[in-house]
Ligand binder design. Structure first.
Ligand SMILES: *Cc1c(COP(=O)(O)O)cnc(C)c1O
Length: 396
């Protein structure tokens, strides 16, 4: 038996998504740019998918650009906003220290091109305050980019309030909503969002497809040149099967959003309560203001990597943080941003749920994590020093 608790890394495709894709692999296989009937049939379904996705976030169809995923959407949003800023003599960007690397690395590149970046530190609860944004913006700020929900610790950010500040100051506001789409209600109009990224494989759709929403009138810079697809904003023949799978997955996720969230909240809190019983452990991020399916802990005196391997032996697929940082020995930048020291950040565990998880699985997981943490501590020299009082516990 496998218990999959790594849904923030990727999700299993839903039946609805797979079924929605199949007809576009053999039946309607045309290129939407072709003028003949087979091409035009593909063009028609593309129009419908765009409309469906737009409706899920209260956008207009022409505000939707298909990309290869969340990373590309983030890159395109930031580079587009930077070019607009540059034309107006504005070269300052505000963001946070715990963004996804698709945002942080793009900001690094922009910094080398002469932009000035302010990265805000977040509070220990993993939430940035609108006042911090208000204090950081300047006359030459062209963009504020703050993620909707953090991919490691699941905390939800005050998007609507940040959007309001940006709107009042005539600054573009982008949000990386990759973890939120399909899991939280999104309404780009009511939430004052100018640009938003989402990715299908985080809500039970296929990998390699995503969306950049950009409010009407915002000129997007094309990162891929070569054709007039996506109204000149992204060249390349559209991946129709993936787009159809994404549209079906988003529609299904949004239709079941409240029911699933209600169920996940219960499982999540059961897991948090159970793991909190482990001595010298700490929950990362606010206990309530977090994604319905996210649980993130640090355990003192252990190595996150060893924990993952032993959990996998016992059938539990988990993560130490983001899929992108695992494999490197650096502790997660997210955990450091909320003030965890290196030693503590190394002992992290992220468990992210889906609707397929059951109460029995959660009970088994609590029992197993408790056993494995106790075992790892029993063989850890660091733990012995802590237990003998030769070192002081950081997590009380
Ligand atoms: C997964 C993820 C991305 C990257 O999306 P891809 O489609 O895998 O490129 C970006 N931002 C966040 C917050 C994510 O969780």
């Amino acid at each position: 038996m496998k218990i999959y608790l790594d849904n923030a890394a990727t999700t299993k495709m839903s039946k609805a998504a797979i079924e929605a894709m199949l007809p576009y692999m053999d039946g309607v296989y045309g290129n939407p740019s072709s003028l003949h009937s087979i091409g035009q049939a593909a063009s028609e379904v593309l129009t419908n998918a765009r409309k469906q996705i737009a409706e899920c976030i209260n956008a207009l169809p022409e505000e939707i650009t298909f990309t290869s995923g969340g990373s590309e959407a983030d890159n395109q949003a930031l580079i587009s906003a930077a070019r607009i800023g540059q034309r107006n003599g504005k070269r300052h960007i505000v963001s946070t220290a715990f963004e996804h690397h698709a945002v942080l690395h793009t900001l690094n590149a922009l910094e080398k091109d002469g932009f000035e970046i302010t990265l805000l530190n977040v509070h220990e609860n993993g939430i940035v305050l609108p006042e911090q944004i208000a204090d950081a913006i300047r006359d030459d700020t062209c963009l504020v980019t703050v993620m909707y929900a953090n991919n490691e610790i699941g905390t939800l950010q005050p998007i609507e309030a940040i959007g309001e500040i940006c709107r009042a100051n005539n600054i573009l506001f982008h949000t990386d909503a990759v973890q939120a789409a399909g899991h939280m209600h999104i309404n780009v109009k009511e939430q004052n969002i100018d640009m938003l990224s989402l990715s299908a494989h985080k809500f039970h759709g296929p990998k390699g497809i995503g969306v950049l929403y950009a409010k009407k009138g915002i000129p997007l810079a094309s990162l891929i040149e070569g054709g007039a697809q996506e109204r000149g904003r992204r060249a390349g023949t559209e991946n129709i099967p993936a787009i159809m799978g994404m549209a079906a997955a988003l529609k299904e996720s949004c239709a079941h959003l409240d029911n699933r969230a209600k169920r996940l909240h219960i499982l999540r809190d059961q897991l948090i309560d159970g793991l909190s019983q482990i001595p010298h452990s700490i929950l990362n991020g606010d206990a309530l203001n977090r994604l319905p399916g996210n649980v993130s802990f640090c355990f003192e005196g252990i190595e996150g990597e060893s924990l993952l391997l032993l959990l996998d032996d016992r059938g539990i697929c988990a993560s130490s943080g983001s899929a992108c940082t695992s494999g490197s020995l650096d502790p997660s930048h997210v955990l450091l941003a909320i003030g965890r020291v290196h030693d503590v950040a190394h002992g992290s565990l992220r468990l992210t749920l889906s609707d397929e998880n059951t109460e029995e699985q959660i009970e088994y997981t609590i029992k197993t994590v408790k056993e494995v943490v106790a075992y790892l501590r029993s063989i850890s020299p660091v733990w012995r020093d802590l237990a003998d009082g030769k070192r002081e516990f950081i997590i009380k």
